[in-house]
Design a protein. Structure first.
Length: 112
C-alpha cells in the first residue's frame, strides 16, 4: 500500500547487484536483521519463479510491493522479497536458480 511504499522510500538503501546463480553475500550485509531482494521488470515479466530463491538454505519470503529503486542503466529494481536474518542462515550464499542476466537482481538493506 501507499503508506508502506512511503515508509520504504524514506530509507536509504545499500544494494549490491548479483550476476551469477550463486552469490556470496558480503559480511556487512549478513549482519543486518533483514535483507531485501530486488528484481528488474524483465525478470518479473518472464514469470521467473522467485520462490526458488534461497539464502543459506532459507527460502525467501516474497513481498507484493510496487516499491522500486533506480537500478543500473535506468532500469528500476522492484522489491520482490526479503530474508529475516535474526536466526542466522546456514551460509551466506544466495541462490537464484537459472539466473543468467547480469545486474537485474540485487540484494539490499535499509539504512536509516
Amino acid at each position: 500500500d501507499d503508506e508502506e511504499k512511503a515508509e520504504l522510500a524514506s530509507y536509504h538503501w545499500e544494494t549490491v547487484a548479483m550476476s551469477r546463480e550463486e552469490f556470496r553475500i558480503p559480511e556487512n550485509y549478513m549482519n543486518k536483521n533483514e535483507l531485501y531482494l530486488f528484481a528488474s521488470r524483465d525478470i518479473l515479466d518472464s514469470h521467473y519463479d522467485l520462490s526458488k530463491v534461497t539464502l543459506g538454505g532459507e527460502r525467501i519470503k516474497l513481498v507484493d510491493s510496487s516499491f522500486n529503486l533506480p537500478g543500473p542503466g535506468l532500469k528500476a529494481l522492484f522489491l520482490v522479497g526479503k530474508f529475516d536474518l535474526k536466526d542466522k542462515p546456514g551460509s551466506d550464499v544466495l541462490k537464484v536458480p537459472g539466473l543468467n542476466k547480469t545486474g537485474n537482481v540485487a540484494v539490499g538493506y535499509k539504512k536509516k
